[in-house]
Design a protein around this ligand. Structure first.
Ligand code: 26M
Length: 818
């Protein structure tokens, strides 16, 4: 009965047409002749879904039935991007769909444009999670992704007078055809209340008496592997009120209050927090975190374990991978289930927990490390706070046993910080609890061990490891750059799509003049496509024949968009002051894309400055159109897929030691852009792989940054000593980009001169000199193309398939694919 055959449409044009028309009629309730583009998009999506369904149901069943070890990837963010194209590619239906729709008088390209991307993430961390679930499915790893189904994803960015204005991202308004709600599998998640002890046949136990609860309703998303017949699951939780949301009000019978209180529960999954580096310690954010990890853990324990499962075997059955500290509250929740609910001994439960979790750190910035005030945690999750205290006590006892009563060491290693307010350090909790802790690039992992958590590295030998990030070659090469994909496949076959190291076979083609010509034509074609997109999307006119110089990433001071701005201003100033002949300016179009956290005032000022500089530079006839600055609003995955394949130059210019890895850097190199970058994050590994001749390195190294910091950094000295830098800063300060109003960018200028935490001024001269080398190199187009080809050929290492392989070898030890 359970094995009743599942219907799958025929993988032919006619099969697709039939299913499409069926879905248009029966799901959308419209005839083809009266259907809107939205109807058509939804019906196409449902059709693709129908092809994948049989495989999905089969994989869901297998994952439940096999008791082999699997991965639960816990992430508060998944920045998925559009699904239709990806799912068509994965199921090898793209051409069939195109022909089928053409027969109905519909263009597949028009249909694609209808999809609103699910932007359930901020930036690198969320996009990494999306790449990882793609690789997990493609590699056939038993796994499930767990997260939150935010009703509003990352805000839509608009510019008003050059300043960022945020709009809500109502991505669900036409409904999402890729999700399946399962209210029958909802979990009840509790909050608040108090704890108590009780006598259980002579054993004193603790229990949590919660104050309120919400329902967590799972929504399943298909995650198809690339043409391998596998379909994994992404399970995102949505909050709905229970009948008895606030247990106190419910019991008192205050009906109106009970109804009013219900809407409150549903705020939990309402909106993604748009910060990507500075946690604000907001109560709702902690509610979100506990909400999704508690639901996920219970979902796994309830549905994935066989009857009467011996919990001491859990380490052979599951590993929960913590994507940064956001899901770390899972650790005390898991302990609470084992000890309070399953009545396991503390020591046994802790031994299991320490094998079932692993933690990935994504930062080095101290302000980005999450801490939760004890007051807040104790109010929301009183039992979890008790458990954290006990974990800490036993940990510190072990530290004392090894090192004696070194009070400074104990304070430094304690999971509980005492200042400025008593708080739980989530990274420390994750490090103590995790079987492994990994950084996301070689340099980052090294600095994590040596600078951020050295005491923990000494205390837990072998716990720290590295897994360098990667990106999925399906979305970021095969789909986003179809022309380059065709060229590569014509040269070396199509095995690279799932075995990206095979791009190495392209190396000899760098010496082939015909191949170089074809490669350059692809780049030019991609620029024309981008130019059309930016004209239609934003009304921009992109000049022909320019070097396309791109800096796209979240706006943050450490990423140093300001360094790029100073370079632009300096070039502009050179021409208008007569220091440089305009004919000597190598024509460039600089493209920025960046969202600022809404509460990050300096980041927003920098956005304003970029727009203001663009306004002036783009309209000054003295530049003869040789320098263009474009800042399309609302940079997202969809735009990334257009910009990256068109880029000549990739800007990866963070202060050394601050960017954990970067993943945009990998996407650009894979698409044949050359990088100008510092020795930071994964740039280090990119440069090692592509070779010094094919990478523009500048700036201080991390040890040099460290030395300058120690010696005392005074940015004004750099300003005084460098006339070119002085002229650029003076021009901004003069009001040249703010209609003569000196006050507008005064905070930016002052910050650079008197603080400059990320040493923009110290690296300015080196950056400008290296940009000179970029200009010179670009003059020899054929040599540039040769370098670009070598970048593609040598960066196959950065496939997320390789990253996942490393997680399996170094951390998860999961068996090979089913
Ligand atoms: C925390 C608290 C409250 C609200 C939001 C947050 C938060 C959300 C996202 C904090 C950090 C977040 O992301 C950090 C991030 O994206 N880090 C980047 O991770 C990438 C993948 O590993 C790296 O490539 C980048 O270098 C790193 O900056």
């Amino acid at each position: 009965l359970a094995l009743a055959p599942v219907f799958a449409p025929a993988s032919t044009k006619d099969g697709f047409v039939e299913q499409f028309l069926h879905n248009l009629n029966f799901d959308q309730g419209v005839a083809l002749s009266s259907s809107s583009a939205t109807d058509q998009y939804l019906a196409v999506a449902h059709t693709v879904r129908d092809y994948l369904m049989a495989r999905w149901l089969e994989d869901l069943r297998r994952q439940r039935e096999t008791q082999s070890k699997g991965v639960c990837y816990l992430s508060a963010e998944y920045l998925l991007g559009r699904q239709l194209d990806n799912n068509l590619l994965a199921s090898d239906l793209t051409e069939i769909a195109r022909e089928a729709l053409a027969e109905c008088g519909i263009s597949l390209d028009d249909i694609r444009a209808e999809e609103v991307e699910p932007g359930l993430g901020n930036g690198g961390l969320g996009r990494l999670a999306a790449c990882f679930i793609d690789s997990l499915a493609t590699l056939g790893v038993p796994s499930i992704g767990y997260g939150i189904r935010y009703e509003y994803g990352i805000f839509r960015q608009t510019f008003v007078d050059g300043q960022q204005v945020e709009q809500p991202d109502a991505w669900l308004t036409v409904g999402s055809p890729w999700e399946f709600a399962h209210p029958e599998n909802a979990q009840t998640i509790s909050f608040g209340g108090h704890t108590e002890t009780y006598d259980d046949e002579g054993v004193t136990r603790s229990r949590w008496v919660p104050g309120w609860n919400v329902q967590a309703v799972p929504y399943n998303y298909m995650v198809p592997g690339y043409q391998n017949g596998r379909v994994n699951t992404l399970r995102l939780w949505s909050a709905v009120a229970t009948d008895a949301f606030d247990l106190r009000i419910f019991n008192s019978g205050d009906y109106e209050e009970a109804v009013r209180a219900q809407t409150f529960a549903e705020t939990i999954s309402k909106v993604l927090y748009p910060e990507d580096s500075t946690p604000q310690g907001k109560e709702l954010r902690l509610q979100q975190q506990y909400f999704f990890v508690a639901a996920s853990i219970h979902d796994f324990l309830d549905n994935m374990l066989s009857e009467g499962y011996d919990l001491s075997n859990l380490p052979n059955r599951v590993i929960f991978q913590l994507n940064d500290t956001h899901p770390v509250i899972a650790v005390p929740e898991f302990m609470r289930v084992l000890v309070d609910e399953k009545h396991m001994e503390w020591d046994a439960a802790w031994a299991i927990t320490q094998q079932c979790f692993a933690y990935t750190c994504h930062t080095l910035l101290p302000e980005a490390l999450e801490v939760w005030p004890v007051e807040l945690l104790g109010r929301l999750l009183p039992r979890h706070l008790e458990i954290i205290y006990r974990i800490n006590e036993e940990f510190l006892t072990a530290v004392r046993a090894q090192y004696g009563d070194d009070e400074m060491l104990i304070r430094n290693m304690s999971i509980i910080a005492e200042h400025p307010v008593r708080s739980v350090r989530m990274a420390y909790l994750a490090t103590v609890a995790g079987a492994k802790v990994n950084g996301v690039a070689e340099l980052h992992s090294q600095l994590l061990r040596e600078k951020v958590l050295p005491d923990f590295d000494a205390f837990f030998p072998g716990k720290f490891t590295n897994v360098t990030n990667g990106v999925t070659p399906r979305r970021f090469l095969r789909l986003s750059n179809p022309e380059l994909s065709r060229l590569i496949t014509a040269a070396i076959g199509d095995g690279w799509v799932t075995d990206l190291e095979r791009l190495r076979e392209l190396e000899p083609f760098a010496e082939d003049a015909d191949f170089r010509r074809a490669f350059a034509e692809v780049k030019a074609a991609n620029k024309r496509v981008l130019s059309t997109v930016l004209r239609e999307r934003d009304g921009f006119a992109v000049s022909d024949g320019h070097m396309l110089d791109v800096m796209v990433k979240r706006l943050h001071e450490y990423k140093r968009q300001l360094l790029k701005v100073l370079h632009i201003v300096s070039t502009y100033e050179g021409v208008v002051s007569g220091r440089v002949a305009v004919s000597d300016v190598v024509p460039r179009t600089v493209i920025f894309g960046a969202k600022a956290a809404p509460g990050y005032a300096m980041a927003k000022r920098i956005i304003h400055l970029i727009n203001a500089v663009g306004e002036v530079v783009n309209n000054d006839a003295r530049l003869e159109g040789r320098l263009q600055v474009l800042f399309p609003p609302n940079y997202n995955v969809t735009l990334a897929e257009r910009v990256i394949p068109a880029a000549d130059l990739s800007e990866q210019i963070s202060l050394a030691g601050k960017e954990a890895s970067g993943t945009g850097n990998m996407k650009f190199a894979l698409n044949g852009a050359l990088t100008i970058g510092t020795d930071d994050g994964a740039n280090v590994e990119i440069r090692q792989l592509v070779g010094d001749d094919n990478f523009f390195l500048f700036g201080m190294s991390e040890p040099e940054v460290d030395a300058l910091e120690t010696a005392g950094y005074r940015p004004s000295e750099f300003y005084q000593a460098d006339p070119q830098l002085r002229a650029a800063i003076d021009l901004i300060a003069s009001g040249a980009f703010s209609h003569g109003d000196r006050s507008v960018f005064e905070p930016v200028v002052s910050n650079l001169l008197y603080e400059d935490r990320f040493m923009v001024l110290a690296d300015f001269a080196s950056y400008v000199a290296e940009q000179g080398r970029v200009d010179a190199a670009y003059a020899d187009q054929d040599a540039w193309t040769r370098s670009a080809i070598l970048n593609v050929a040598r960066t196959g290492f950065f496939s997320s398939d390789r990253s996942i392989g490393d997680y399996i070898d170094r951390i998860w030890h999961t068996p090979p694919a089913l």
